[in-house]
Ligand binder design. Structure first.
Ligand SMILES: Cc1ncc(COP(=O)(O)O)c(C=O)c1O
Length: 453
């Protein structure tokens, strides 16, 4: 059953099928070649080499078909090689592949910016600028906020992740593997505690009651509100462990920013484009950011990032102050228009909500069975479980990776994350069939039974 809708072509059968061990001989050969030619610093979570992919299935070089609960880290929300994306990309690639929007512009870029204005929260007048990645979008959002406010300080959060470029490494909280020995980092970044209910001293209730006041007080005493250009936050933290702040935290933060003319940047690179059950995660609490950064899900797998925001803030930057050779590449824009069309036509926000309805009860049941699961959290199709030593908050990354490995061996692509490496996250393509979703959850249950049983 695939929710009664056509969501993918029939090119890749939507079923799991293992014909070798994981990784199989062909993947192992490629891995050996990779080790001789690709830099070691580029890691790999599951070393099966991909030959084909579609909908919720990845086919490897040995002919194994795996269920995809990762979507290339929340990118192929519309499914891999989604028909509307592939068709538009092929058509665009056959016409022109690059002129540079800063030299001779083209309509696709403008259309994507129009879509961003239409889909992002808030009815105010907006402008967008397009880039190549999430990190580039975040860098530019900070540039724009500093330019607009003529202030320099930027507030970022514990457990936050914003990318791997120099400025975004400075914004990112976690040292290993993202920052270690890569400094010096960009200046004027100040880190404050994240409202992390499980780990807040005193627990979730104390988190709800105190987190916002503590953040505001730290900004006041250690930075000074009128030195702050921007506060940047992921509405649900991604790499840091799918941390969902308590209701009221984001709206309170946005109010604080408004009061002090601080630019509120929502980094929706991972949460955006239907992932959490709304087009954007900020919508869940009616938060309207001044600037919003997007990438990942926007273009169905092609590299594209964007900054969208209030026209006065965006247009404060002088002509030529923003851009880059490839930003808003025409083929990536065509892919984005295909992805956005797919999301609207197939109600993928609704589909993300449905995925959450299917997955959450089974994840909660797992947590009742295995006390190593300290928390089940997330929203829509952005869900996670956090593992600790039972009855404590001491992270258990060993069990986490053992469970993830058992899933991989059984043909389920799962990802881990979290500051302490003790979170398994689930980011299936939003077009995944309910049968595959069920099967993937059964594999996860078996993995727990074999590792913790
Ligand atoms: C919230 C968030 N911001 C920024 C980034 C960086 O995006 P990219 O890897 O496209 O540079 C990521 C990537 O995981 C992310 O999750």
């Amino acid at each position: 059953m695939i929710y009664g809708l056509i969501m993918t072509d029939d090119r890749v059968p939507q079923r799991r099928n293992l014909v070798t061990e994981i990784p199989g001989p062909a993947s192992r050969q490629l891995l050996a070649r990779r080790e001789r030619s690709v830099a070691r610093g580029v890691g790999t979570m599951l070393p099966v080499f991909v030959a084909d992919a579609g909908g919720g299935v990845i086919v490897d070089a040995d002919g194994n078909s795996l269920i995809d609960f990762g979507a290339g880290i929340a990118v192929v929300s519309v499914g891999n090689a989604a028909p509307r994306v592939s068709a538009r990309v092929a058509e665009q690639a056959a016409r022109f592949t690059h002129t540079c929007f800063m030299v001779t512009p083209y309509e696709g870029y403008v259309e994507v910016c129009e879509e961003l204005a239409r889909r992002t929260p808030g009815a105010h007048e907006k402008r967008s600028a397009l880039f190549n990645s999430g990190a580039e979008a975040v860098e530019n959002a900070v540039k724009i906020a500093r330019h607009a406010t003529r202030r320099q300080a930027v507030i970022a959060f514990d457990h936050g992740y914003h990318g791997r470029t120099n400025l975004t490494m400075a914004l990112t909280a976690k040292n290993m593997p993202y920052k270690d020995k890569f400094g010096p980092f960009a200046g004027e970044i100040y880190r404050v505690p994240m409202a992390y209910p499980l780990r807040w001293p005193g627990g979730p209730e104390a988190c709800k009651a105190n987190a916002l006041n503590i953040v505001k007080s730290l900004i006041h005493t250690q930075v000074g509100e009128d030195n702050v250009a921007a506060v940047i936050i992921e509405p649900i933290q991604g790499e840091g462990g799918f941390v969902v702040p308590p209701d009221g935290f984001l709206p309170g933060l946005a109010d604080f920013c408004r009061e002090h003319r601080i630019v509120f940047i929502a980094d929706e690179v991972q949460t955006g484009f239907c992932r959490t059950g709304d087009w954007f995660a900020c919508e869940h609490e009616g938060v309207v950011p001044d600037l919003i950064t997007t990438a990942k899900g926007i273009a169905g797998g092609l590299p594209l990032g964007g900054v969208t925001g209030r026209a006065d803030i965006m247009d404060s930057v002088h002509v030529g102050g923003l851009g880059g050779t490839y930003g808003g590449n025409p083929v990536a824009c065509a892919a984005a228009l295909g992805a956005i069309e797919t999301m609207a036509a197939e109600d993928l926000a609704g589909r993300a909500g449905r995925i959450g309805e299917v997955m959450l009860p089974r994840l909660h049941k797992l947590a009742e069975t295995y006390p190593v699961i300290a928390d089940v959290r997330g929203r829509g199709a952005m869900l996670a479980i956090e593992m600790t030593r039972p009855g404590t908050l001491n992270p258990d990354p060993a069990t986490t990776s053992a469970v993830a490995r058992a899933c991989h061996q059984a043909g389920l692509v799962t990802l881990t994350c979290g500051t302490f490496g003790n979170v398994i996250r689930f980011l299936p393509p939003l077009v995944i069939g309910e049968d595959l979703l069920d099967e993937g959850l059964s594999i996860l249950e078996d993995a727990f039974a074999s590792v913790c049983g």
